[in-house]
Design a protein around this ligand. Sequence first.
Ligand SMILES: C[S@@+](CC[C@H](N)C(=O)[O-])C[C@H]1O[C@@H](n2cnc3c(N)ncnc32)[C@H](O)[C@@H]1O
Length: 238
Amino acid sequence: MSDLAILWRMARGMPAASDHAGRLEGFYASQADAYDRFRSRLLHGRDELIARIQVPPGGTWVELGAGTGRNLEALGDRLPALRQAHLVDLCPSLLAVARRRRTGRGWSNVDVVEADATTWRPSAPADVVLCAYSLSMMPDWRAVVANAQAMLRPGGCFAVVDFTLVDAPVAAMARCRSQSAAARWFWRSWFGHDGVRPDAALLPHLARAFRVEHLAIGHGPVPYLPLRMAYATFIGRV
Ligand SMILES: C[S@@+](CC[C@H](N)C(=O)[O-])C[C@H]1O[C@@H](n2cnc3c(N)ncnc32)[C@H](O)[C@@H]1O
């Protein structure tokens, strides 16, 4: 599928449906096969964040809102050393890509689960929970953060990379320049059309809920826009 088809889907915005899962499937079904290629130019900082995460051999890895499972590729040699990796998502079309990837790579320790990240829990406490560009698509992201906190073992690691708005408190936390009110309005509207809601409340919330090990803001290009969007990377421990 060409960029044009993806852009057309994005221009039409998040479709109407009776529930969140239905809206996600309506949005992603036609994009699933081309998702990874297009998003590699939009969703910045994922591989750099994953490289920072300490992954205990024999541990349990959870990604909430895992989509196609592409983030497991960034684990490299650390993936076979895990006891189990769980990929959790609500969107069947993206999970179908994740299942094909698991089969193609022979990942025998990877579990692909269709479930809601606000409520799903692994059978054993997790060592690492990752949310990569997923909290901004989860209407009740605070419930997902609370769920991640509850499923982690003591000392476990919560890692987040996501778009962020940079108001004065966020800029002070990350020691960077804040965005103007007009810029924040633009990005809220631009992403909101596709059901993505970057929230300046996210980083302060994470910093209160976890012991902060890493917190930074970067700026990445947006395909076909002459602008760069802010994204946050965060690692915290329970
Ligand atoms: C922008 S995609 C990111 C996917 C993947 N983490 C990545 O880095 O490519 C956001 C994902 O969150 C999923 N999602 C949104 N709300 C969810 C929920 N309540 N439970 C589980 N997954 C959800 C969507 O289906 C989608 O796959």
